[in-house]
Design a protein around this ligand. Structure first.
Ligand code: A4P
Ligand code: MG
Length: 191
């Protein structure tokens, strides 16, 4: 089992709903236990155009290798209609592996920790919300980088989510994995 953190982002279509659905989709995987989900944030596009983004971070435990986790992320992105017309194009769903255990990976198509994690408030703020004392391999404490991204607009969404599964996951309480386990389907679009 490896603890990993995924960054979720979207700024095309019903972005807020897509992020919520994507978290449920992750929780339905037999190879994944979602341990916690950050708040949802509305964020200014960074190095990108289009509408404001919605972003969040999910902490999970998985039996998947990092390669299989990346493949699953791509599969789920596709399921939610992801297209890649150009770099940093607006997207229905982006799933990035921010951290995978304490692994450091530097390969042409996979870099972990995510190379721009410490430069982006939309990834760093929800990550530190989930784990205030989190250490990033090769970089040290995550919260040490917050000051450097303080000029990036990011707003925590206050409206309570109506979904009991997501509410159980928020904050990573004890019932979280039970609620997530209860949603696991043997078959379905995300299984
Ligand atoms: N790849 C390499 N490492 C990873 C990793 N750790 N996790 C490769 C996931 N993928 C990784 O990804 C491009 C390639 O990166 C993939 O083939 C994969 O093998 P992609 O999903 O097609 O595109 P991407 O995620 O847009 O690329 P990238 O370079 O990760 O973009 P960034 O830096 O994440 O920027 N502003 C706001 N407010 N919110 C956002 O979510 N996102 C971006 C994307 C820009 N600005 C944003 C946001
Ligand atoms: Mg991506």
């Amino acid at each position: 089992m490896t603890v990993a953190y995924l960054g979720l982002g979207a700024n095309l279509g019903d972005a807020r709903q897509t992020l919520k659905d994507a978290v449920v989709c992750l929780a339905q995987q037999h190879t994944i236990t979602v341990l916690a989900k950050s708040s949802l944030y509305r964020t200014a596009p960074i190095d990108a155009g289009g509408d404001d983004y919605y972003n969040c971070v999910v902490k999970l435990e998985t039996t998947l290798s990092v390669r299989h986790l990346l493949a699953l992320c791509h599969k789920i992105e596709l399921h939610f209609g992801r297209e890649r017309p150009f770099r940093n194009a607006p997207r229905t769903l982006d799933l990035d592996i921010l951290l995978y255990g304490d692994h450091s990976i530097d390969e042409p198509d996979l870099i972990v920790p995510h190379p721009r994690l410490i430069e982006r408030a939309f990834a760093l703020v929800p990550l530190v919300e989930l784990d205030p004392a989190l250490m990033i391999p090769q970089h040290g404490r995550a919260d040490a980088f917050l000051a450097a991204v303080a000029d990036q607009r990011i707003e925590k969404m206050k409206s309570p989510c109506q979904c009991p599964v997501l509410n159980a996951l928020s904050g990573g309480n004890q019932e979280a994995s039970q609620a997530a386990q209860a949603t696991k389907a043997t078959k379905g679009p995300c299984s």
